[in-house]
Design a protein around this ligand. Structure first.
Ligand SMILES: [Zn+2]
Length: 446
């Protein structure tokens, strides 16, 4: 294993703790103090960061390490906002950045202030070393990812594309350790599902609550939503998932290896997903195989004694690569009643690139070098990230924010948006070394 540079790792721990203490819960976000903190770190190394944004309290921070321009830029992308917490459910306060049991605790520890700190430090190191880079390395820390990217990556791409235009991006989410039945895996995202947010609406005859009738719009919508919540939509084969299952199944023993390779068979998937002890992995498996439509909001009536004339539900729909909003609506139509109106509120198409690139090869080899025996595997992100915005500028994104997790039962998937979010201190130090290794090799490259 390559030598660790103690300063890089120590700096990462110190700055991440400080950044966690800056509360950027979205809503309302208020990312500017976090952007300013990172700008200060970047400035200390002689970089010239820019703060830009639509609102004074929602600034994004961008900095560029200049290369010779022989090759197009590489973007290191993070979001600075975090999702809300229920502090009473946490073992240690979520915004204190405390270290306990080898972990640095706090909201944003892995989603994804750690990547913001790691990539800022990598940019600082490259600047300080003054080595010849063939391509610019751009650091960006954006606002507002958790609420749909409007004031962050989307705003930057619409208003300042010149600041963030790049050939490749490294960002959310991937390159964390997954311990699976003796095997050690590092999923690296090469694609992410689309998001189609919808409203289902049913109309009926309003009436008095004292006069029951079987045709009641609240009951009908309730039944439709219940059917949708329990239905697994049809499977679709995708290149990225097929490749992922191939790689992962090869690391597993019988019978799991055979079952995994055949996960597209509906009967096998149904029984595996039903009996998986870990509901998080069960959900992620479901999300890889089909489009999904998850009811999240219900709205009908306002008075106990009035049967309303309309009832609505909001649905968080997600689409696989090669699937459109229209494909998903057609699948939902088969589950809900015909007279149900479906209105699309937001349509963010899936993005997909391939593992076929020099950068992916460098990422893969870095993982193999820094964690001997581990298996990197290109995978499909079930959720959306800022990669959707960068892709509008032709950028190819990989989910790569390396963290090494010990085999102690702590799982990245449980911590992501979960209570007790935390990052292993040694795993963070390891991660910043891996990221530095990757960025330097790629930016200096042949
Ligand atoms: Zn995130």
């Amino acid at each position: 294993m390559p030598e660790l540079d103690p300063t890089l790792g120590e700096d990462a721990v110190r700055h991440l703790a400080a950044l966690i203490r800056i509360d950027t819960t979205n809503p309302p976000g208020n990312e500017t103090p976090a952007a300013e903190y990172l700008a200060e770190v970047l400035r200390a190394s002689g970089l010239e960061p820019t703060l830009v944004g639509a609102e004074p309290s929602r600034q994004n921070v961008v900095a560029r390490v200049k290369g010779t321009g022989e090759a197009p830029p590489l973007l290191l992308a993070s979001h600075l906002d975090v999702v809300p917490v229920e502090p009473e459910r946490w073992r240690h306060p979520p915004f204190s950045g405390e270290i306990h049991d080898g972990y640095l605790w706090g909201r944003g520890a892995i989603d994804m202030k750690h990547m913001a700190v790691m990539s800022a430090l990598v940019a600082c190191r490259l600047k300080a070393e003054g080595i010849r880079l063939r391509r610019d390395v751009i650091f960006v820390g954006v606002a507002d990812e958790e609420a749909g990217c409007d004031l962050g990556s989307k705003w930057l791409v619409d208003h300042h594309p010149e600041l963030v235009r790049a050939e490749f991006a490294l960002g959310e989410a991937g390159a964390f350790t997954v311990h699976l039945d003796g095997a050690v895996l590092y999923p690296i995202a090469v694609a992410e599902r689309g998001a189609v947010w919808m409203k289902l609406r049913m109309r009926g005859t309003p009436g008095h609550g004292s006069l029951p009738r079987s045709e009641n719009v609240v009951g009908r919508l309730g039944r439709a939503v219940d059917r949708l919540a329990r239905t697994r939509l049809p499977h679709h084969r995708t290149r990225v998932v097929e490749r992922y299952l191939e790689i992962v199944s090869a690391t597993q023993r019988f019978p799991r290896n055979v079952l995994m390779r055949n996960l597209y068979v509906r009967r096998i998937a149904d029984s595996i997903i039903r009996t998986m002890p870990d509901r998080g992995i069960a959900g992620a498996t479901w999300a890889m195989l089909s489009n999904t439509a998850v009811p999240t909001v219900l709205r009908a009536g306002s008075k106990t004694n009035v049967i309303p004339g309309v009832a609505e539900a909001e649905i968080d729909g997600r689409t696989l690569p090669d699937q459109t909003a229209a494909d998903l609506v057609a699948e939902i139509r088969k589950v809900v009643e015909d007279e149900c109106e479906i209105e699309i509120l937001r349509d963010m198409p899936p993005v997909e690139t391939t593992a076929d690139s020099e950068l992916f090869r460098i990422c893969r080899e870095a993982i193999e070098r820094h964690h001997p025996g581990a298996v990197p595997a290109p995978y499909l992100m079930p959720g959306f990230t800022d990669a959707k915005s960068w892709s509008r500028l032709g950028c190819r994104s990989y989910g790569f924010m390396p963290v090494r997790f010990p085999n102690d039962g702590t799982r990245f998937g449980d911590l992501f948006h979960g209570h007790d979010e935390r990052i292993p201190v040694d795993g963070l130090k390891w991660g910043v070394e891996v990221l530095y290794d990757v960025v330097k090799r790629f930016a200096c490259g042949p």
